[in-house]
Design a protein around this ligand. Structure first.
Ligand code: NAI
Length: 329
């Protein structure tokens, strides 16, 4: 039995993400929670002839509790998206409280679940979830993931436009966080290897960092990336299920995660990023969630500068998330 819960399932990301999860044959129960319309989305998806039984819950009648109980995996795309001119950090005021309340539900009703956080600003919402779980004594650093997969997908798509290769075959590690200057694509480590001119590197880097703005602008007030984000979220969820349910080894997905102080791999990485508690790296998944967090490897001078610019901004976002919980609970 593999129950997956989507919190914020009726939204622009939530609906197509739930559709893609309904098509994942590893899922036997798909539980959809939102403050509006989730029973409707569940009824609609429930007619698709794949194994997952679909249920929809609203806040009334302990809906969050029922949605979460016995969940193996919880995906959170709940919260408001950006409008033109807004940064992800502008969403903090509304989304921080939403994510805190959902994390409290997870701590109470699904304390052993793997949790994927999509809600922005990811750089702060992941620390919020972690602080809530810590307060309830149920935090497992190997199970909490900030979803940065869309940056990785964009990096391969945009790079392929220069190299004219199939984007599915291109991998670019994207490290740091998930907002503008904290998104650090390591183009020097592109696979298969590819050399770019400095001008191409600068343009590509900027496009990967601000790719989300292209969508926000094109949607002209109707929101941010939803369909590409749904695909990215479903890919990440599928990787987690492959590792934790099917026992597949060697799956690597970049993700924004908590760096444990007493973990040997993390200790080296923490030093490289000036002691930050959270950072996005290539994460190797295993049966218990995070198996190993890979290091930065050799990075170019240009990438060192990008990293140096990312670190102070990440530090502020992390502190903002942590203090939001510690001053409010
Ligand atoms: P949306 O507004 O279309 O959907 C959000 C959904 O959350 C709505 O259905 C709403 O009813 C629901 N919701 C609000 N409060 C809730 C609560 N307390 N409990 C449960 N559900 C609640 O927004 P969209 O476009 O789906 O974006 C969702 C979030 O994902 C935003 O914060 C956005 O910035 C973020 N995002 C993250 C990306 C990433 O790469 N991590 C990429 C794109 C968007």
């Amino acid at each position: 039995m593999v129950k997956v819960a989507v919190l914020g399932a009726s939204g622009g990301i939530g609906q197509p993400l739930s559709l893609l999860l309904k098509l994942n044959e590893c899922v036997t129960e798909l539980s959809l929670y939102d403050i509006v319309n989730s029973p409707g989305v569940a009824a609609d998806l429930g007619h698709i002839n794949t194994p997952a039984r679909v249920t929809g819950y609203l806040p009334a009648d302990e809906g969050l509790k029922h949605a979460l109980t016995k969940a193996h995996l919880v995906v959170i795309p709940a919260g408001v998206p950006r409008k033109p001119g807004m940064t992800r950090d502008d969403l903090f005021k509304i989304n921080a409280g939403i994510v805190r309340d959902l994390a409290t539900g997870i701590a109470q009703h699904a304390p052993n679940a793997y949790v994927l956080i999509i809600s922005n600003p990811v750089n702060s919402t992941v620390p919020i979830v972690v602080e809530v779980l810590k307060k309830h004594g149920v935090f497992d650093p190997k199970k909490i993931f900030g979803v940065t997969t869309l940056d990785v997908i964009r990096a391969s798509t945009f790079s392929s436009e220069i190299s004219c290769k199939d984007p599915r075959d291109i991998r670019v590690p994207v490290v740091g966080g998930h907002s503008g200057p904290t998104i650090v694509p390591l183009l020097s480590q592109i696979s298969p290897p590819q050399s770019f001119t400095q001008e191409q590197i600068e343009k590509l880097t900027h496009r990967i960092q601000y790719g989300g703005d292209e969508v926000v602008k094109a949607k002209d007030g109707a929101g941010s990336a939803t369909l590409s984000m749904a695909q990215a979220g479903a890919r990440f969820a599928s990787s987690i299920l492959d590792a934790t349910v099917k026992g597949k080894a060697g799956i690597i997905e970049p993700s924004y995660v908590y760096l444990e102080a007493d973990n040997e791999h993390c200790a080296n990485l923490k030093k490289a990023v000036e002691g930050l508690e959270y950072f996005s790296y290539n994460v190797e998944l295993g049966p218990g969630g995070i198996h190993k967090i890979h290091g930065l490897g050799e990075i170019s001078e240009h990438e060192k500068k990008l990293l140096a610019a990312a670190i102070p901004e990440l530090k502020l976002s992390i502190e903002k998330g942590i203090s939001f919980i510690n001053s409010k609970l």
